[in-house]
Design a protein around this ligand. Structure first.
Ligand code: C2R
Length: 198
């Protein structure tokens, strides 16, 4: 299928951030040894508003920690509907393998993105002022059968776990990434076991 032009989508400029750490995980199923190298984004992290960035930094930091090439940017299903549809429709052709979509309140972003792509879409409900994130959670999680959104916890824990979930998906075909994930769990367990209460 021909790659469509995305009006207003300037990856690498404007409000979007491209995270291409020096050693990053890329799609290279035939040569596991070449999995870690410079590449285009595998994960797209999008959020409905700049206001969500404070929370979504955790997603960015976790993906960076694992060396996964990703991009972060603001896209709103409500305020930029055409951009949202074009972004989702082109994501697969661009080599994106997982989309993480964060939104608060009437959080339709993840669902709308999922409507335009068959890539796995992970939704992160933002903590809202009016209803503490319950509105975001329900709007994200209650998808009709046929168009799934994998919904994480409200706020920062969800933001971190969305990155870990995306990494787990990518790790299926990338042994080097799987190894990192095992190491992460081991380190985490060690910290809990060795916790000293003062
Ligand atoms: P503002 O502070 O910019 O008004 O945003 C954002 O994710 C944010 O949490 C308030 C909240 O509105 C959310 N928003 C959505 C969508 N676009 C923005 N839920 C959407 O398309 O779903």
């Amino acid at each position: 299928m021909a790659k469509k032009r995305v009006p207003g989508l300037r990856v690498g400029s404007g409000t979007s951030k491209i995270r291409n750490p020096q050693s990053e995980i890329r799609n290279s199923p035939r040569n596991p040894k070449s999995e870690i190298r410079n590449s285009r984004s595998l994960v797209a992290v999008i959020m409905g508003s700049k206001a969500d960035w404070e929370t979504m930094r955790s997603t960015d930091e976790t993906l960076t920690e694992f060396g996964v090439a990703h991009e972060c940017r603001v896209i709103s299903a409500h305020r930029t509907p055409e951009l949202a549809a074009a972004f989702a429709s082109n994501a697969e052709a661009r080599g994106i393998e997982v989309v993480i979509a964060a939104a608060g309140g009437a959080a339709h972003l993840a669902g709308v993105i999922a409507a335009h792509t068959t890539l796995p879409v992970l939704g992160v409900p933002m903590k809202s002022e009016a209803l503490n994130g319950m509105d975001s959670l329900l709007a994200t999680v209650q998808m009709p059968a046929g168009v799934p959104v994998g919904t994480l916890a409200i706020g920062k824990p969800g933001a971190t776990n969305a990155a870990l979930f995306a990494i787990a998906i990518l790790a299926n075909g990338r042994p080097a990434l799987r190894k990192k994930l095992h190491q992460f769990r081991e380190d985490q367990e060690k910290k809990v076991r060795e916790a000293v209460l003062e």
